[in-house]
Ligand binder design. Structure first.
Ligand code: HEC
Length: 157
């Protein structure tokens, strides 16, 4: 090994350690208003979605090692911003219905859970039947297929 290679390795090692010092937020805030859904639906959502769309994230070990930790933390932060099952029950009916329709849509298109997530979380893979169960629930809970306006379905929430 020549001295340049050695120097490069030292720089890489020091850099690899240094980036561990960048603070990363890995928090699970309190669950204030969890989505109310039938048990089978709830279980599927926990399995496939809760890591990024709830306050009950199971942080994997690599979420403690930069730079993977940055990616995981960003996914969770963005996921919670778009859709948060831990506060879902506090949404106005109109926004809840909108969110439910989006859930039906991403399921239909196979966009969620994201492709990069399932290889490391095989439990999160949903069978066609499971996708159908979730989709049917989301459409029904949203007040049916493509109903414009949503004021009429705030009865039992
Ligand atoms: C690995 C983390 C992760 C998992 C697991 C995950 N999501 Fe997401 N989800 C995200 C992120 C990040 C976004 C926001 C960025 C985007 O739209 O890609 C998002 C966005 C969404 C949106 C909003 C889409 C839009 O157009 O705004 C919906 C709805 C959604 N996810 C539903 C689900 C459902 C349902 C599941 C489980 C079947 C799930 N997600 C699993 C990370 C995740």
């Amino acid at each position: 090994m020549n001295r340049f290679t050695k120097r490069l390795l030292v720089v890489l090692a020091v850099g690899g350690l240094a980036i561990q010092a960048v603070p990363v937020e890995r928090t699970n805030p309190p669950v204030t208003a969890e989505l109310v859904a039938p048990q089978p639906v709830h279980d599927l959502l926990v399995r496939a979605c809760y890591d990024c769309h709830s306050h009950e994230t199971v942080w994997p070990w690599y979420a403690s090692v930069a730079p993977a930790s940055w990616l995981v933390a960003r996914d969770v932060e963005e996921g919670r911003e778009h859709l948060d099952f831990s506060t879902f029950a506090s949404l106005e009916p109109g926004r809840a219905a909108h969110a439910l329709r989006e859930i039906a849509e991403v399921l239909e298109e196979g966009e969620m859970p994201p492709w990069f997530y399932t290889p490391l979380h095989p439990d999160a893979r949903l069978s066609a039947d499971e996708v159908a169960t979730l989709r049917a629930w989301a459409v029904e809970a949203a007040g049916g297929e493509r109903v414009p306006g949503t004021a009429e379905h705030d009865d039992d929430r």
